[in-house]
Ligand binder design. Structure first.
Ligand code: F6R
Length: 615
């Protein structure tokens, strides 16, 4: 869960690397470092803290010259975040310099062996062990850097995306990948290396994504060749032309990426169904599923695996799938599924949901499902990500890059894709009449405008946020399709404002949480007019009679809840199964404003990282 950047070419490497690290800071931000090479001297600077701290320190302490450079932004796994444990790391001779995203699991035994051979270590990291192992192989076997990297990597167990250079070879950087992402941007006699394409997209659209167990020697004046780490087979790379543009990854006038991404949802939802939802023709077209319809239609059950917000989208999908398609669905935390010896067989369809497409637990759950013969379908946002490649088939959400650590537009676009998928299957199973099907599609088409309308409550939400910003606990309640939205609302609040919050199915409140309710307890209740409205109204009355503060998300024109609640936020009317796409919007805005009012770092909350590529 770190970000890595590298550059070799005709430009000054420093600004390329620093800007790239800023874009990758979502992957980790407890320390940062850079190494620049001008052909004579390696200038290395690293620090605990953010890229901003690195910028200040490097400008004071090192020469910023060099057309070759590597940089790292860290989310600590081995060794506390401090200057010494930050990357890059030197080998003992000072010739090799490395950056690494991942974990070397057997580093302790390798370290013991290296110590016996006279190596010394400054840091507590597994990465310093790896660079010295490469050095040891290089001198013992008398081979070049690329070969040494390959031999060394065959000795390690774990995950890595590395970039390493040798002072004696100023025209090359060696990169390798297993489990953590690594992309190479190809320019005119220049190369970029990064955890994703955002650091180099303004320089080139041409990129190669390394597969697991692949490495490359990135050498000026040479074409990229990929080599399999295990068996030395050589492959010509698949050079992709990326569609991403630079505006998509800048803040575009918003104070934070999270707010920008909340406001992007009308466009993101539209982009996600564009070309797939053809309301006039009464069809849903999804290239990823067309050839695999039988798998879904004959499935025993659908198992959804995901983590965090994506898991919440999976829970919404459970309600949608079972209701529309009558196929049984189970939703599993990927981290539990992978370790609990689950019953999976070839008639199961597994849907893996992941914004980043890199979440380690979800990836492991996919591998387990495949080993047991299940058909695995991916719903990812990041094109070319590990999960997108590992699944048998899939459908992308077209949310665009999500940079804010708290997931927002990923959630609504995941629900959009899954709704399309369910509709497609329901149509195939003839569970809808043509008229009903068209009505559904037409309603789905109105959602972007309705999200836009929901966003208009922003000023009211700011006022409500001010009232509750100092709370220490909050409860979120919802029923049916909106129970997962209550979970998601609570997660958003706790992760960015550090207020303890819990989501509950509204009816479960009386089995425990009701004991918490007093005049200090804000309770956010989703009380739209569809589904179990009267039941939720009863739950609201129970809260009110215990003096809890009620903030309700209601349908436009509601009167009953307005009489009872302390505050009401309206959303437009829609089909019950589509309400999560609207009810989630005010909850995202509430947590955003509360976090800003509490001076929290909204885009980079403490202890978190955007993609969790470790267990
Ligand atoms: C919460 C959040 C996380 C992610 C989770 C899974 O706002 O962002 O809970 O949803 O880490 O990440 P992906 O979807 O990338 O697999």
């Amino acid at each position: 869960m770190c970000g890595i950047v590298g550059y070799i070419g005709h430009r000054d490497a420093y600004p390329v690397i620093i800007k790239g690290l800023e874009r990758l800071e979502y992957r980790g931000y407890d320390s940062a470092g850079i190494a620049l090479y001008d052909g004579n001297t390696v200038n290395l600077c690293k620090t605990k803290g953010k890229v901003e701290d690195l910028k200040k320190k490097s400008k004071l302490e090192i020469s910023l010259n060099g057309n070759l450079g590597i940089g790292h932004t860290r989310w600590a796994t081995h060794g506390v975040p401090n200057d010494i444990n930050s990357h890059p790391h030197y080998s003992n001779s000072g010739d090799l310099v490395i950056i690494h995203n991942g974990i070397i699991e057997n580093y302790e035994s390798i370290k013991k062996e290296l110590i016996k051979r006279g190596y010394t270590f400054e840091s507590d990291t597994d990465t310093e062990v790896l660079v010295n192992l490469i050095e040891e192989v290089k001198s013992k076997e008398n081979v070049m850097l690329g070969q040494a990297v390959q031999i060394a990597l065959n000795e390690v167990v774990g995950a890595y995306a590395i970039a390493v250079f040798d002072k004696n070879k100023p025209d090359e950087i060696v990169v390798a990948k297993l489990g953590s992402p690594l992309a190479i941007g190809i320019g005119e006699n220049e190369f970029f290396i990064a955890s994703d394409a955002s650091p180099f997209i303004e320089f080139t659209n041409n990129a190669v994504y390394l597969e697991d167990e692949e490495m490359a020697i990135v050498r000026l004046g040479k074409e990229i060749k990929l080599r399999k780490i295990k068996n030395d087979a050589v492959a010509y790379p698949n050079i992709l032309e990326l569609q991403m543009n630079i505006e998509e990854i800048e803040k575009g006038g918003f104070d934070h990426f999270m707010l920008k991404e909340i406001y992007e949802q009308p466009r993101a939802i539209l982009d996600t169904y564009r070309g797939r939802l053809l309301a006039e023709q009464g069809i849903v077209k999804m290239a990823g599923i067309d050839q695999h319809l039988d798998k879904f239609l004959n499935a025993n059950r659908i198992i959804i695996v995901a983590c965090g917000t994506s898991w919440h989208a999976g829970l919404v999908a459970e309600y949608i799938f079972e209701n529309l398609t009558r196929i049984p669905v189970e939703v599993e935390y990927a981290s539990e599924f992978r370790y609990r010896n689950p019953v999976i067989n070839k008639d199961d369809v597994v849907i893996a949901i992941s914004q980043s497409g890199e979440t380690a637990d979800t990836l492991a759950a996919i591998k387990l499902a495949k080993e047991n013969g299940a058909f695995v379908f991916g719903v990812c946002n990041v094109v070319g990500s590990s999960i997108a490649r590992e699944t048998h088939a899939g459908a992308y959400t077209h949310a665009g890059p999500e940079i804010g650590v708290a997931s927002t537009k990923a959630f609504t676009t995941q629900i959009t894709v899954l709704t399309l998928l369910a509709l497609n299957l329901a149509k195939e199973k003839e569970l809808f009449t043509d008229v009903q099907f068209r009505e559904y599609l037409t309603e789905l088409e109105t959602i972007p405008a309705k999200v836009e309308k929901a966003l208009e409550s922003n000023s009211l939400i700011e006022i409500i946020s001010d009232v509750y910003k100092d709370s220490t606990n909050c409860l979120y309640l919802g029923r049916g399709y909106n129970f997962p939205v209550a979970l998601e609302g609570a997660l958003k609040l706790k992760e960015i404002s550090y207020i303890h919050a819990e989501g509950y199915p509204a009816a479960e409140m009386k089995h425990g949480p009701i004991a918490l309710i007093d005049e200090q307890m804000p309770v956010f209740v989703i009380a739209t007019n569809k589904g179990h409205y009267e039941k939720v109204v009863s739950n609201i009355q129970e809260i009110k009679s215990r003096k809890g503060k009620i903030i309700a998300i209601v349908t436009e024109g509601d009167e009953q809840v307005k009489e009872l609640a302390d505050h009401c936020i309206e959303i437009p009317e829609t089909f019950e199964s589509l309400t999560p796409l609207l009810t989630t919007i005010p909850l995202q805005l509430l947590s955003y404003h509360i976090a800003v009012m509490r001076n929290c770092n909204v885009d980079q909350p403490r202890n978190l990282a955007k993609s969790v590529t470790v267990e």
